[in-house]
Design a protein around this ligand. Structure first.
Ligand code: NAP
Length: 324
């Protein structure tokens, strides 16, 4: 499985297949059912930490297809997310520009409720179609049914669903408040549009984030913790520079800021280290192992907790599921 995960950990699976359409997907699910195997659906493995062995059937999702109509866009879950965003840019379909250059597949996007530069997929998504891996029924979920929250959804909690397609409505507003976007538009004297925001986002991400192909990683390793307003007040009185942003019913902290403030950039254990470029990114720089990663993750969590009394949660999925 090493080549199928962007962190590049060595891992094996008992069974493996690829599904290019819904029929093949259903056939693979039936195969697993007959043999009482656990099923794991794999996208492009860019937000995934693999344990040493997966005792079950891994199905690589290769479902393809995207259709644009006047008021919506429908895309199959095995499509590459960035290719979808780029085709929206070419067709002038507005709404996904802030989510440009996020690695991964379309199917992973609602599971993770991907978000960047002030937009979450849940702000744009109309519905999700998913196959139930236990009952083989296909269900269409409305936006509300998906139970979205910060980098979380119904599909992340309930493992029996394989997302097969998503539908996005047209007529989305533009969002440009994040400094990286606003400053780029001002500096280059560009009018605000879906296309210019997309360009600003791509430039910022290329500048700030280590290239996956050269520095194996899974993007942000920790979620930004959301604390109560009372807790934030206490933190602010002790650390006046601590950034905080109103998020739903609480205040969202910057996990990158917390880690960076403890001078942890560059810290390594075995073959893995915290990127010097971005404190939220952990890099597998020389044949790192699952255990190295576990130790580094623990070290970061412990240091942040003892300094700020804040618990960090990891963002990528771990397969097979286990605490890191
Ligand atoms: P940044 O702009 O340096 O900001 C640091 C953190 O503060 C971000 O995580 C962001 O939260 C929050 N923030 C900044 N300005 C904000 C505002 N005006 N309103 C609300 N929250 C604000 O962050 P960055 O690391 O360069 O990342 C830029 C964007 O790309 C962020 O949205 C980040 O989530 C996204 N990103 C995601 C991944 C991933 O793997 N999931 C990896 C890299 C970057 P949010 O994260 O909630 O936006």
């Amino acid at each position: 499985m090493r080549k199928l995960n962007s962190f590049g950990l060595n891992s094996t699976a008992r069974w493996f297949c690829e599904a290019f359409n819904i029929e093949e997907l259903s056939e693979a699910v039936a195969f697993a059912k007959d043999r009482s195997l656990d099923v794991f659906v794999l996208g492009s493995g860019t937000n995934l930490i693999l344990g040493t062995h997966i005792d079950g059937l891994v199905i690589k999702n290769n479902l393809r297809g995207r259709t644009f109509s006047e008021n919506q866009l429908k895309a199959s879950s095995g499509e590459n997310w960035e290719e979808l965003v780029r085709s929206c840019d070419l067709k002038g379909f507005q709404g996904l520009e802030n989510l440009g250059l996020i690695p991964g597949t379309v199917g992973a996007a609602p599971i993770q409720n991907i978000g960047a530069y002030g937009v979450e997929l849940s702000d744009r998504l109309k519905s999700v179609e998913a196959l139930n891996l236990f009952t083989s029924e296909t269900v269409t979920f409305s936006n509300t049914d998906c139970e979205f929250s910060y980098r979380d959804s119904k599909f992340k909690k309930e493992k029996e669903w394989c997302v097969t397609s998503i539908t996005i409505s047209s007529g989305n507003e533009l969002v440009w408040e994040y400094p990286d976007v606003r400053i780029y538009l001002e500096k280059h004297n560009l009018e605000m549009s879906s296309g210019t925001i997309y360009r600003a986002v791509c430039v910022a991400r290329k500048r700030k984030l280590p290239d996956l192909r050269r520095f194996p990683n899974v993007g942000s390793f920790f979620k930004n913790p959301v604390v109560t307003a009372e807790k934030y007040k206490i933190l602010e009185s002790q650390f006046p520079n601590i950034p905080g942003y109103v998020y739903r019913h609480g205040i969202k902290l910057s996990a990158a800021w917390l880690i960076d403030s403890l001078d942890l950039k560059g810290q390594s254990i075995g073959g893995v280290s915290i990127s010097r470029q971005h404190a939220l990114v952990i890099i597998n720089h020389s044949a790192g192992t699952f255990d190295d990663l576990k130790k580094l993750s623990k070290l970061i969590k412990t240091r942040v907790h003892s300094a700020y009394d804040v618990s960090l949660e990891i963002e990528p999925e771990v397969l097979p599921e286990q605490p890191i």
